[in-house]
Write a protein that binds this ligand. Structure first.
Ligand SMILES: NC(=O)c1ccc[n+]([C@@H]2O[C@H](COP(=O)([O-])OP(=O)(O)OC[C@H]3O[C@@H](n4cnc5c(N)ncnc54)[C@H](O)[C@@H]3O)[C@@H](O)[C@H]2O)c1
Length: 325
């Protein structure tokens, strides 16, 4: 599918992944509308394209804001959601479900009245149960519970997927569902104790914490993809005309202890690194089976390695907090 000249709406387009996606879409010649309430996104993330996009600011939990956001869209990339780190997520299941359900229901109401030629919804690897294989393929997700640490968020994503599928069937609207694994990058907006793991660890190291405390056993393993690579993949999957559900990630994993060590090495810091098993750590291993993704997008590659990404996060710390100690 050619994106050039298309009227494209990106909900959550000022956020971490969304803002990189906006860059990709503008580069491909799409006419891009960003719909965001800037609760977590920032205008500065869009600085490189600000004169070539339209911003429709509004809270998509409000039906009128959603209808206004999607007006005139030919392709909708739906990324807006309340998403936080495990510390917040594991304590706020109902609130996360309720917020994200309101956004989903407004999306459905708007699109059932006016279907678009293509819809992409951004789900998450949190839809997968904890007791599945370590390297997860695109399994059906309505067996067992979603990831326990992200129970409410995981259910919100499962419901988003299912409702979008019902909408697509009822309106004959082509639907792409993507399930990113762990995504990070220097457009992350710090949200204190609710922040995600890489920004948390980078902040601890760069703030000079000694010891640096890693949550859980520290042996839990994750697959990390930089947000710019994730966004490029999302654009490529839609460009390929893919209709269906696909993971976004790779098989490589790193443990939280290894990650903390890498951050210290690249920042040239030597604190003690200890673990706190009383803190949540989520599932033991979360690795992405990317076989289908490689078929859909043979050009898949990690343009930004984890080491390069960590260096960018060290620079992020200086920009976000003003000083490097
Ligand atoms: N970052 C990850 O590791 C990861 C992994 C899997 C899935 N995802 C999903 O990818 C999508 C993008 O995530 P992200 O990491 O860029 O998060 P993010 O928080 O940086 O981006 C979400 C954007 O949505 C906006 N938003 C939130 N609630 C809104 C509302 N009610 N109205 C309008 N705008 C609203 C925020 O301001 C923000 O700009 C989300 O759907 C998220 O659930 C993220």
């Amino acid at each position: 599918m050619r994106l050039v000249g298309k009227n494209v709406v990106v909900t959550g387009g000022a956020g971490l992944i969304g803002s990189y996606l906006v860059d990709c879409l503008v580069e491909r010649g799409a006419r891009v509308v960003v719909a965001d309430d800037f609760s977590k996104g920032r205008r500065s993330h869009l600085a490189g394209v600000i004169d070539r996009i339209t911003i429709r600011e509004g809270d998509l939990e409000q039906a009128a804001a959603m209808a206004r956001a999607l007006d005139g869209a030919e392709i909708v990339f739906h990324l807006a959601s309340r998403a936080y780190g495990i510390g917040y997520s594991s304590q706020n299941h109902l609130a996360l479900l309720a917020h994200n359900e309101r956004i989903t229901n407004n999306l459905l109401d708007a699109l059932v009245r006016r279907p678009v030629p293509h819809l992409l919804v951004c789900s998450s690897s949190c839809v997968y149960p904890d007791d599945g294989p370590d390297t997860v393929a695109e399994l059906p997700v309505f067996c067992g519970e979603p990831e326990q640490a992200n129970w409410g968020y995981g259910w919100a994503k499962r419901l988003l997927e299912q409702k979008a599928a019902l909408l697509a069937q009822a309106t004959a609207m082509p639907l792409t569902i993507v399930r990113p694994f762990n995504i990070y990058g220097e457009r992350y907006r710090w949200v204190g104790a609710a922040s995600q793991a890489i920004p948390m660890l980078v902040k601890k190291v760069m703030d000079g914490d000694d010891p640096v405390v890693v949550w859980g056993s520290g042996t839990q393993r994750r697959n990390y993809v930089h947000a710019a690579d994730c966004a490029e993949t999302i654009a490529a999957v839609v460009e390929a005309g893919f209709v269906g559900t696909v993971n976004i990630g790779t098989e490589d994993t790193v443990s939280m202890l290894e990650l903390a060590g890498t951050i210290c090495r690249l920042a040239d810091r030597r604190p003690r690194i200890v673990t706190d098993p009383s803190r949540p750590e989520g599932r033991r291993v979360k690795s992405c089976n990317a076989a289908l993704l490689r078929k859909v997008y043979p050009g898949l590659e990690q343009r930004i390695s984890l080491e390069q990404g960590v260096l960018r996060m060290i620079a992020w710390h200086a920009a976000e907090f003003g000083t490097v100690t």
